[in-house]
Design a binder for this molecule. Sequence first.
Ligand code: BES
Ligand code: MN
Ligand code: ZN
Length: 514
Amino acid sequence: MTALTLSTSAAPGLRADALVIGVAKGAKGPVVAPGAEAVDKAYDGKLAGVLETLGASGAEGELTKLPAPAGFKAPLVVAVGLGAAPDAEEADDAGHGAEVLRRAAGVAARALVGAKKAAFALPVDGPGAIEAIGEGVLLGAYSFDTYKDTGTSAKERAKNGKAPLAEAVLLGGKPRDAAHKGAVARAVAVSEELNRARDLINTPPNDLTPEIFAAIAQAAAKEHGIKVQVLDEKALVKGGYGGLLGVGGGSAATPRLVKLSYTHSKADKHLAYVGKGITYDSGGISLKPAGHNETMKCDMSGAAAVFAAVVAAARLGLHVNVTGWLALAENMPSGSAVRPGDVLRMYSGKTVEVLNTDAEGRLVLADALWAASQENPDAIVDVATLTGAMMLALGSRTFGVMANDDAFRSTLHEAAEEVGEPAWPMPLPEHLRKGMESPVADIANMGERMGGGLVAGLFLREFVGEGITWAHLDIAGPAFNEGGPFGYTPKGGTGTAVRTLVRLAELTAEGELG
Ligand code: BES
Ligand code: MN
Ligand code: ZN
């Protein structure tokens, strides 16, 4: 991953391949952002005009390259758009927001593929800005090339200009300032784990079975002092995990339930994170048609996010206990697959009539939610690429937040907003429960088609232990980016929800939760 360093050097003297500056969108054209003063001065104070001549407006996501002025050690200036210039009259909020900086840094880092070293001279008004720029760089520079150019070495790829940016120097950051150093450390820990989640999501399903995912989690847990427990198929049979076994029954790759326990001696709260980990969702006997299964390797994004968040919490040494539950299975059709019409006895003891084998996520989550409930945590949050309906409702960049507690739903929505992850609260209307009534079992795994995302949420709610605060994040939309890259978000696996989960753990550690 890209190396991050801080420097108080003046921009002209810094030896690098490129110097990144910010340009905002003003009422009368582009406005040069703080941090770029030296460049502006070298252009005789006419940098805004030069940028305008080159077609720049300062719009978000815009990128303009221009030659560095004489006397600069970096040959190239890269100007990134920051969007609307901050309102100087609103003194409290005069700087650019963290998400604006994160995205701009991401755009620049993406454009600097093949570069060895770039200096970032974006507006820095404190550790928050350093952290945002650092995250933007590390997340924007991400690339997944495990399966590309396999005949060439990393060195050759770098020479061909395809390697991600090797080093980013953040100007305006103080290398000896504890808050600034802390901001870099947090950006590195969170982004490294988030990028690891992206790698897992992007890994093709023939190379990421439940067994392999569990082994990866085991190795990472060992490295970071996290306790890990893996239930294999035999243990799942013994324990009565009917949901995981039913869904995983059609695949030669057997299911796993992974429990990751991060504990801290100073913790007095306990969070449980539960992730949907369908390593491939073919739909099972209710097979998905072509056109709906090409991206279904992404159906373990919830488990990847939970895994990354637990490891990040451990690396940050947060004063909160966090247990991660990864519900891992592959949903395949075969002679041993669960059929529409089958009744499963779940880990909780409830019976479920499977009407559609493609509604498999709620079945594996039901078992994991009940397992998580047995420890009576202060709150449970599950994360899942659960329904196409949530995508229809909120689009491909926003995840839905449902909960059995209004305040907790707001806490999650606010945590998401704080870290720049678009999220929106969704209801759990009681009347939709009727649609899941089954003539033969306690509940069916499908209900009304309308409001399908909420129906799924209502199903999950029944497998949360009595009196436990619970929230459900349906990330079906934003988990996998099928379009082109934008901001710090690459094509493919995005790692959505990781930062929301880390933020919730921090808020809980700081005693901001209940
Ligand atoms: N994994 C899918 C949901 C999904 C769809 C995620 C598109 C990402 C992109 C889930 O298992 C599923 O198939 N859900 C069904 C439920 C239905 C059968 C009740 C759906 O949404 O169609
Ligand atoms: Mn499905
Ligand atoms: Zn699925």
